[in-house]
Design a binder for this molecule. Structure first.
Ligand code: ZN
Length: 289
């Protein structure tokens, strides 16, 4: 199954609530996923809106994910960790009410600590969060995002290590970040294959993947740019997904948000058409392959 959606309320959607956004994702864009962003002012949602979104998503087969506030640090000092945990717990409760699958978090910073010590702290605190989720019957997986800057914890290897050690966590595979961090290493099919190869020990049945173009220098992300303006190609990734019939959710984090989500969709449908000869294939239907 392929799912595609925007990271947040579509830009061309006049209404600026998440409720407006999900209706637009279905009715105008005909996409089947959305990652709700608890950032940039919209950090709260009342129960009424959350319940509407949950029901609408269920009835229209839209998969939901939630992104916790950007600034969290599970490797900082005690006060910072406590604050971060509170943000993540709050987001987890909301994600659960929404029926979301994964709550994406930014794990933290090395600061003055060694990479090993940072890893230990993040593992310990992620374990604590997952156990608090369990206590509160929050059935949302904690998504540890791969991060795009050298001073930030979250290389692909580090994220995989956390996910191996902490049950209830999964990687949130941000390809723009991986690409920036390795200074533009995602170019060929082999480059993308290496990612799935590394993820294999986690035995994932589903991959949450963030896609955007990205501007970077010396292994550090500057900012997101439209997919077509970036230098990370989509074709090799799409080929791997189609060849393996991977169960993926592709979230567009591009500044063109839903326009690039539709661009991803178009590229996938073209690839299916090329393989099968079917005139107007649907990105959701891989039975043709
Ligand atoms: Zn993120």
């Amino acid at each position: 199954m392929i799912r595609i959606g925007p990271a947040g309320i579509p830009l061309s959607c006049k209404g600026r609530t998440n409720k407006d956004g999900i209706i637009y994702v279905k009715k105008i864009l005909d996409l089947n996923a959305m990652e709700i962003q608890l950032i940039r002012g919209i950090q709260t949602m009342d129960d009424e809106e959350a319940d509407f979104i949950r029901k609408f998503a269920e009835e229209n087969d839209i998969e939901l994910h939630v992104h916790a506030p950007y600034y969290t640090n599970l490797a900082g000092d005690d006060e910072e960790i406590e604050l971060s945990k509170n943000k993540i717990l709050y987001s987890g409760r909301l994600a659960n009410r929404l029926g979301a699958k994964i709550l994406v978090i930014h794990p933290g910073f090395y600061g003055e600590r060694s990479k090993e010590e940072t890893m230990e702290r993040i593992i310990e605190n992620a374990k604590d969060i997952v156990s608090r989720f369990k206590e509160e019957k929050i059935k949302v997986k904690l998504g540890i995002e791969t991060m795009g800057k050298q001073k930030v914890f979250g290389s692909l290897d580090e994220v995989i290590e956390v996910c191996k050690k902490v049950k209830g966590t999964v990687p949130a595979i941000d390809l723009g970040h991986i690409h920036a961090r390795c200074n533009g290493c995602l170019k060929t099919r082999e480059d993308f294959e290496k990612i799935f190869e590394k993820l294999k020990p986690l035995k994932l049945k589903h991959y949450l993947i963030h896609i955007t173009g990205v501007l970077y220098e010396n292994g550090n992300e500057y900012y997101h740019i439209p997919i077509k303006k970036g230098d990370m190609p989509l074709e090799p990734l799409i080929d791997i997904i189609l060849d393996n019939k991977y169960n993926v959710t592709l979230i567009s984090e591009s500044p063109l948000l839903e326009h690039d989500a539709m661009y991803i969709r178009l590229q996938i449908e073209r690839a299916i058409q090329k393989r099968t000869g079917v005139e107007n294939p649907d990105y959701r239907d891989l039975s043709l392959l």
